[in-house]
Design a protein around this ligand. Sequence first.
Ligand code: GLN
Ligand code: ZN
Length: 749
Amino acid sequence: MTFEFTATVLGSPRIGPKRELKKAVESYWAGKIDAAALESVAETLRRENLKALVAAGLDSVPVGTFSYYDHVLDTAVLLGSLPERVQHIADEKDRYFAAARGNDTIAPLEMTKWFDTNYHYLVPEISSTTTFSLHPQKLLDELKEARALGIPARPVVLGPVTFLLLSKSIDDARLLDRLEDILPLYADLLKQLADAGAEWIQIDEPALVADRTSDEIDSAKRTYDYLSALETRPAILLASYFGDLGGALPVLASTGIEGLSIDLTAPGTVEQVAAVPSLATKRIVAGIVDGRNVWRTDLDRSLATLASLLGSVGSLAVSSSCSLLHVPYTLDGEDGIADPLRSWLAFGSEKVAEITVLARALRYGTDAVDSELSAARAASATRRADPRLHDASIRARLDAGLSVDRSSAEERRRSQTLGLPPLPTTTIGSYPQTTRIRVARAALRNGEIDEAEYLRRMKAEITEVVALQENIGLDVLVHGEPERNDMVQYFAEQLNGFAATTNGWVQSYGSRCVRPPILFGDVSRTGAMTVDWITFAQSLTDKPVKGMLTGPVTILAWSFVRDDQPLSESADQVALAIRDETVDLQAAGVRIVQVDEPALRELLPLRAKDKEHYLRWSVRAFKLATSGVADSTQIHTHLCYSEFGEVIDAIVALDADVTSIEAARSHMEVLDDLNRVGFDLGVGPGVYDIHSPRVPGVDEIAESLRAALKAVPAERLWVNPDCGLKTRGAAEVEASLRNLVEAARSLRE
Ligand code: GLN
Ligand code: ZN
């Protein structure tokens, strides 16, 4: 009989409540601390996390979820499959970080989004010559460390099917064929973990919540038939999260695994569980507390859901829907968030507390948690009644059915008289965020300078950037975005309906963290947000300066969003605020407005059946944001960070007069894709990659432009870099842009 735990989470944040790991890792990279110092920071963070989880009342605690950089990279290490180009590095940490970040001579692994979250993982590379071998030391050490503290530890690994499905095939080898090579390693691992005292192991298979071929589902079945048939092993908890297992659910349930975690925050999962008879012998780990959002759980509703499951499954434990990696650590110290908003929220530690409350209620009845239930009810009552969530004037404007269509592209083209040369040159928005800018922002925050001095300094930056662009000879200028800490946070701070945290950091990748704003209410502007900056920049030059805004989809994608209304409604509200801003910019004499949507691809749902709906509302929101202006105002948009295949029709539907798009790394392929779907508006494929400090030569840029001209007629082609320049150094930016302008000029002749 295996130990029947009742309350757990699927994983924890690891960057540290005060970003201790980030700081330690970066110091280590800079050579300021040694490996021992780094390890000691890591060990303290792990221990404190474990102890806190047990103290809160969890009776099974995940271990092995700690990572110095990324858990998928850790899995590649576990399976001995780091790419050949780092294998010669003798020091284990140096090798690991070289694979993660590269160095002067070694390219790092590619990085991409972890399902539909804002976390990014490193993509393991597998070729037909890759060999696998087991390196379980990290996991065994962390298990031992936890057990020594008396923690009811449950080792966690990424499952073999997901590992292979997330990897990249270097020579077109079929990745799932490699299952035969890695399954014996997992078998060995399970045995070693059982010998080391693990009663349960959690094997994560989130890839199974996306659309999968029958081949892939068969592979999953084969995997879990095999692993569950092993003689010496811990009980297996197969963890699914980020959605419903769909057709994979009955298949997995038919294997000999002991437990299965189900994301109960995903629509339809309760019914799916009830419909699979073989779950009557399994332990279901109920992912009822949302691990990806920041809202307090509706305990009454959750208890009703859990109660409805009790009859159809073997036994039940309460958990988070996914790892708590995706939410901030705690509300403690968030003194800037006042009640009642604060009472509506639950970050990591508050979610753990909710899980234990639900588990206690299941075990001892609701009387045992009476005060917690009352508190949750009171919070939800104030939330429902709060006037900030129901702004009648915003809703009336949206209900009035604003038109989201502009005149035909041809009509707009005729009225947009900007006097630009063919192949106009421009940049994407930001210029280098220099130390000077950061110092000024910090000084304002700490009260060392006042608002007026801050304004003066930012205007000095803008003056410099405008002069630089004129000197370089660019045709359409930008103000450089010095006043923006971040392209979403900057707007969230000014809009009604958003709140900011002081310490709500969430790991984005490696040592990089973000602090997403919280969208809690109806959205509106308190006034113009960007007009003063843009008109100031425009006053310095006769060339057109682009107004620069972030689009509604990107603002939502990089925030924690409301869960009390569909995302599409929140998108429309944000879009309306952006629309108001475009109209104000136009009234102030701005002739080009760029509305960035780099995250358009990011929010695309995992399952095909949900994609169309998403694309419909996201395109509509963008059009709502950009259709309030006259024909004579030219709308630009900017897209990046992705392969655009699945959103290519949506790009056409955005109907922006000019679309700048990341293209340098994929050799302008996106232009052919756009042609195939009949795109006939202005397009600026990035002619050089801004992710590297390298200065592209004139010939090289001209070469890219010639390639672009094969796909796009000169009247529609714009010349610009791949993305904003804020992370680059001033000298390389200037040199690159001079070459870009020269290349455009040479082609004009
Ligand atoms: N306008 C933004 C900038 O240049 C766009 C950034 C982005 O695409 N991520 O920084
Ligand atoms: Zn970009």
